[in-house]
Design a binder for this molecule. Structure first.
Ligand code: CTP
Length: 153
């Protein structure tokens, strides 16, 4: 058999496809799925892809992720496709698109930024460029463009 099905289709939920190879665990972090979880999640990493060379896939069952929630994924997987699945059929498909501002997702790399002190202030990053991603802290104007996954909260 030429094609091998690594993970079976899901009945209901969300499939995040075309994630850049190796980034699936960061995608889960952005979705708030980490540590102990009740979520039924399948992760496939570094499988061959025509478009990307290698890709990851994340399937979250019994949960339909909203656009606001998934758009943050574009920070680390700008080519990701979101598929909403109901009764085994893909009923909605869209590509992730970064919003103009990201709140509470990425930490500012400036240690003395007010968002990194004990103050109860949520991080706020303006999206200055989408690909490659360039962020700028709303509070101290520090840019962030490389190794964004390392700064995920
Ligand atoms: N999928 C799934 N369970 C289903 C239906 C689809 O897990 N019941 C997954 C598929 O394995 C695929 C993704 O959802 O990873 C998108 O499905 P589909 O649109 O059928 O595939 P393609 O046409 O290959 O998608 P694209 O054009 O976005 O590459």
């Amino acid at each position: 058999m030429e094609r091998e099905l690594k993970v079976k289709p899901i009945r209901n939920g969300t499939v995040i496809d075309h994630i850049a190879g190796g980034q699936a665990l960061n995608v889960l972090k952005i979705l708030g799925i980490s540590g102990t979880t009740d979520a039924s999640v399948s992760v496939v990493m570094n499988v061959p892809s025509k478009r990307l060379g290698k890709k990851d896939i994340v399937k979250v069952e019994e949960r339909e992720l909203g656009e606001d929630e998934v758009n943050k994924i574009a920070l680390i997987a700008p080519s990701a496709t979101i598929n909403i699945v109901r009764e085994y059929a893909v009923v909605e498909k869209f590509e992730v698109d970064l919003p103009c501002e990201i709140m509470g997702v990425v930490r500012c790399q400036n240690p003395s930024c007010i968002s990194n002190t004990q103050e109860p202030i949520k991080s706020r990053m303006l999206v200055k460029r989408k690909n490659p991603v360039l962020l700028r802290c709303v509070y101290c104007e520090q840019p962030l463009t490389e190794r964004i996954a390392d700064y995920l909260i």
